[in-house]
Design a binder for this molecule. Structure first.
Ligand code: MYA
Length: 208
């Protein structure tokens, strides 16, 4: 689809911009010129935009296409993006975090690790046929996550108890997939029909 390709192209450019804006050591005058040019571009993009209760026209919610998901979305300036595939019930994710994700020098921010794990746990939960929202996420930071290093994440469902699903996951490097840097356990709850209507009613109406 042409529009999705264009969205991903813009997302790529924005991610490069975010990385360069984080690492640049150019003088103040160059930064101010860049800021003015970027404000012009932002104003142009904002001429036609959607509100909070309208899905992006390029999305396919039920088909799982979310172009601006801040973890996996090709169109998101914020997403690494994390690429996830599910093989025999195990979600496997790959990404490399740039300096825009830095917490302690040289390493990823802890909140970023939690975000990646929430997402990949969610994929395992959806793949198990029990979609739900995160109600609890416990994260254990065993070693810092290096930036500019290919990462490998995994997640799988451990337990289904009615509407409650428990999943666990890990972050490691591609080079040492057996050494867990961060692990997480998450609880997800499937929504009742009234909860779905209350939280997502306006969006689902525009989808129908
Ligand atoms: C192919 C396509 C693939 C696409 C993949 C896309 C993947 C996307 C991945 C996205 C990934 C990112 C995902 C995100 O970012 S989701 C965004 C972050 N999460 C939220 O915002 C959720 C906020 N929470 C709520 O809105 C409510 O809690 C909801 C509505 C979910 C439940 O409402 P409520 O709270 O009123 O509960 P209930 O009365 O219905 O009862 C339900 C059951 O749950 C138990 N419970 C509740 N809380 C907890 C808790 N903290 N620990 C343990 N258990 C808890 C509760 O005791 C009861 O159990 P039981 O008494 O029945 O035994």
């Amino acid at each position: 689809m042409k529009r999705r390709e264009a969205i991903t192209e813009l997302g790529d450019a924005l991610r490069t911009l975010a990385e360069h804006a984080t690492t640049t050591e150019m003088p103040a005058g160059d930064l101010l010129r860049a800021a003015a040019e970027l404000r012009e571009i932002a104003a142009r993009l904002g001429e036609r935009s959607r509100g909070r209760s309208t899905l992006p026209s390029a999305d396919d919610l039920l088909g799982g296409v979310r172009m601006y998901n801040p973890v996996t979305g090709g169109g998101s300036a914020l997403a690494p993006p994390l690429r996830i595939e599910v093989v025999a019930g195990v979600a496997i994710g790959r990404c490399t975090l740039g300096l825009a994700f830095e917490g302690p020098p040289r390493f990823a921010h802890g909140g970023v690790s939690a975000m990646l794990l929430d997402q990949i746990l969610g994929h395992a939960v959806v793949a198990s046929g029990n979609p739900g929202m995160t109600v609890r996420l416990d994260t254990v930071y065993r070693a810092p996550v290096p930036l500019l290093t290919p990462l490998r994440l995994t997640a799988e469902v451990r337990h289904v108890d009615g509407r409650r699903v428990t999943a666990t996951g890990t972050i490691a490097t591609e080079a040492e997939p057996g050494t867990t840097l961060v692990s997480a356990s998450g609880t997800f709850v499937g929504l009742r029909a009234d909860q779905t209507r209350r939280l997502f009613g306006p969006v689902l109406q525009t989808e129908a």
